[in-house]
Design a binder for this molecule. Sequence first.
Ligand code: GLA
Length: 409
Amino acid sequence: MKKLLLWAALFGSLTASAQKWEGLADTPPMGWNSWNKFACDIDENLIREVADAMVASGLADAGYLYINLDDCWHASERDADGFPQCDTTRFPSGMKALTDYVHSLGLKIGIYSDAGRQTCGGRFGSYGHEYQDALQYARWGFDYLKYDWCFTEHIDPKGAYALMRDALRAAGRPILFSMCEWGTAKPWEWAEQTAHLWRTTGDIGLSFSEQLVHDSWEQNSVLRCLDLNAPLRKYAGPGHWNDPDMLEVGNGLTENQDRAHFTLWCMMASPLILGNDIRAMSPRTAAIVMNREVIAIDQDPLGVQGLRYATDEGVEYWFKPLEGGDWAVCLFNRTQEPRTCTIDWLQYCFTDEEVSQRATAFDRICYDGRDLWNGGKSFRTDKPRTVVVPAEDVVLYRLTPSAKQPRRR
Ligand code: GLA
């Protein structure tokens, strides 16, 4: 009997699920990543300049925190003991100096690897070296790991990602864990205890509505990422987010498309990871990515991913419950022509039964509205509102229960 108990205790402790680092992503992470704009063309000067620009531009004050290296920071091989090392031509001062510099600005810094034998860019992957890699990232001073899924034939995703989670935990430094498995094995169904975010889509490309088809692969349009991510809202919440991929804002879409892309990511409580060259950001781009009231929709502490409640003639009506009884309401015009919409609030009385259990209750509650892309212009919901939504653009409101409720008969 004693033996049996001993075995049970031992088995229990071996199988007890290890934990990811808690408290690192109570709201969706915000930052910048090198891939969308620079792909493999990265070096320490770029990263330092981007970190400087993060502070100088006001992005850091607006909440953007992480400076994330993506693929191709690697040396051609590991060191003699199997530890990862960086490309010393591109990073001559070494990773520790770089993380120290970024930290000295009050920012955090991320690194990239892959669960397979190689990264997607053909550098060494972490397969078979997970504990060494996690230890090295911790020693180097990284705060965030994006973990990709190339070259993973015959590897089980649940096991592979849990292994790196455990390795990060064992390495002793809190490191936010971002899964980049593209949604292939439906990580939203099993990764809540594994990672802080998981990609729900393949790679985004610089296109709003058309897929970008290459020889053997495709890049998703912004709308494809949106459509793949939208139905997964019940799986997201504080500490574990759906990730429809990094932002393409400022990389060449039209102003309307940029505004719509950013707003919809905020409505979906998505990570806000910029992918543009923030050293040379136009005032137009800066005004989009630093609209604090819009960022506050993304960062709302309730952490509920917004709901695409209705679609009418190409205009989508999105609702996101916010802290304190507020709602964000977004009208998104997918079409290529402006649309005039009359919002009869009473048509949108519903309860979000799937996630928050919150009711809009427009029949009982009058809200004060603010038009967040229009200087906070105010209105009330006691009468219908007519608005023009430009082509491929959004109108975004924040509704707050009014102190002055109309008297009901
Ligand atoms: C994959 C990822 C991208 C990027 C590249 C780097 O395609 O999905 O986000 O990290 O690899 O090679």
